[in-house]
Design a protein around this ligand. Structure first.
Ligand code: 4NP
Length: 174
């Protein structure tokens, strides 16, 4: 899919855009994407207009910090993972966000079950729909694997976030 072929759903409030990133536990993949995308949004000068949040479909880790391996991978790449506290996706997020991006197909199915209206509006998608290298892929769960998995996740997240920021800039443009 080319960039032009995948415009974002329209902003509910013109000039503002809220995007939520969702995985299973909100301690590995979606927080990695949250930290990277928020930084790229800031660097693009869109910090006032674009709000980034993240959550998990499960609630086991709510209130806790990022997985230490995910945090170490981010720190080594120059990001600050320290402020993350895990949250659980709730149905009212559907009304509060213009776009909800799932990390894998199971997350997508779980979100569709909780927020069918969001899916019907086209506001529920896979994060990697925006990946310029392999659009439509999943962000694999690194939780039970080795450090390589976290580096692979960060590489996918960085290039996907670059493409996403370009689309967000267009979505909030006057
Ligand atoms: P995440 O990874 O969904 O990328 O945050 C996981 C974190 C925790 C668990 C599974 C995956 N868990 O089973 O606790």
């Amino acid at each position: 899919m080319t960039e032009a072929a995948a415009p974002l759903p329209p902003a509910r409030t013109p000039g503002r855009y809220a995007v939520a990133l969702v995985c299973l536990g909100n301690i590995c993949r979606s927080p990695t994407a949250h930290v990277v995308l928020a930084r790229k949004v800031e660097d693009a000068g869109l910090g006032e207009q674009v709000r980034v949040t993240s959550g998990g479909t499960g609630g086991w880790h709510v209130g806790g910090p990022m997985d230490s391996r995910a945090a170490a991978t981010l720190t080594a790449a120059g990001y600050d993972p320290s402020r993350h506290r895990a949250r659980q996706y709730e149905d009212d997020w559907a009304d509060e966000h213009d776009l909800v991006l799932a990390m894998d197909g199971q997350n997508l199915a779980d979100l569709r079950a909780v927020s069918p209206g969001l899916a019907a509006e086209g506001r529920l998608r896979l994060f990697r729909d925006h990946d310029p290298v392999e659009p439509g892929g999943e962000v694999p769960d690194p939780y039970y694997g080795g450090d390589d998995g976290f580096e692979e996740v960060l590489a996918m997240v960085e290039r996907t976030s670059d493409a996403l920021v370009a689309r967000l800039a267009r979505a909030v443009a006057p």
